[in-house]
Design a protein around this ligand. Structure first.
Ligand SMILES: O=P(O)(O)OC[C@H]1O[C@H](OP(=O)(O)OP(=O)(O)O)[C@H](O)[C@@H]1O
Ligand SMILES: O=c1cc[nH]c(=O)[nH]1
Ligand SMILES: [Mg+2]
Length: 209
């Protein structure tokens, strides 16, 4: 079974509480999602592989560590996942970015894919699939289906708020995918929204509603 981690750094927790407040407007919501994403990227990248490299300092030649291999691609699930990309790029600026467009039918709660554009070498990269909300898990699973179909093997899923139902569904379908969240919330309501959650992340990020 992959990892399931709630990233409980005090700054992450504080900032998440800020944006749960329904009175917070688009500007602060967007900025804070980016800040949380930067902090989460720091934690999520802890186990990135290193390799030895020879470096000449002004004083001596030495063997030290650098990141190994082809590194990272960030895969936001549109729209709301876009809100996390810039924050992660602050720490991993050379990451490639692939996009998967997905919307959830409001009555059936089933996800529908409408766009896929990915770097050509996703099979060689550590993929960070990002979406603020893991509710039923349908969107995350369909996005990971799309990536695996194209050869991806090394996937982490990063969200801000997860429902127990979504975590279970994703772990059951893809036990090899590590899940990182800033909070494991209580439950889903009858409309498939996370309780207490933060509402509709896409609408709050982009000011649609
Ligand atoms: O786990 P699930 O039950 O699939 O729900 C979570 C999905 O729902 C939201 O997207 P939405 O469909 O609202 O699209 P948007 O990002 O364009 O607003 C959210 O950003 C996730 O992608
Ligand atoms: O609570 C939820 C559930 C799905 N999508 C959201 O944006 N919010
Ligand atoms: Mg939405």
């Amino acid at each position: 079974m992959g990892k399931f981690e709630v990233l409980d750094h005090p700054l992450i927790q504080h900032k998440l509480t800020l944006i749960r407040d329904k009175k917070i407007g688009t500007k602060i919501f967007r900025e804070t999602v980016n800040e949380i994403s930067t902090l989460m990227a720091y934690e999520v990248s802890r186990d990135m592989p290193l390799e030895d490299v020879t470096v000449e300092t002004p004083m001596a030649t030495t063997v030290k560590k650098q990141l190994a291999g082809k590194k990272v691609a960030i895969i936001p699930i549109l729209r709301a996942g876009l809100g996390m990309v810039d924050g992660i790029l602050e720490l991993i600026p050379a990451a490639k970015v692939g996009h998967i467009g997905m919307y959830r039918d409001e009555t059936t709660l089933k996800p529908h894919e409408y766009f896929v554009k990915l770097p050509s070498d996703i099979d060689q990269r550590q993929l960070l699939v990002v979406d603020p909300m893991l509710a039923t898990g349908g969107s995350a699973i369909m996005a990971i289906d799309a990536l695996k179909k194209r050869g991806a093997t090394n996937i982490k899923f990063v969200c801000l708020v997860a429902a127990p139902e979504g975590v279970k569904a994703l772990q059951t379908k893809y036990p090899d995918v590590d899940i990182y969240t800033a909070s494991l919330d209580e439950k889903l309501n009858e409309d498939g929204y996370i309780i207490p959650g933060l509402g509709d992340a896409g609408d709050r990020l982009f000011g649609t509603k």
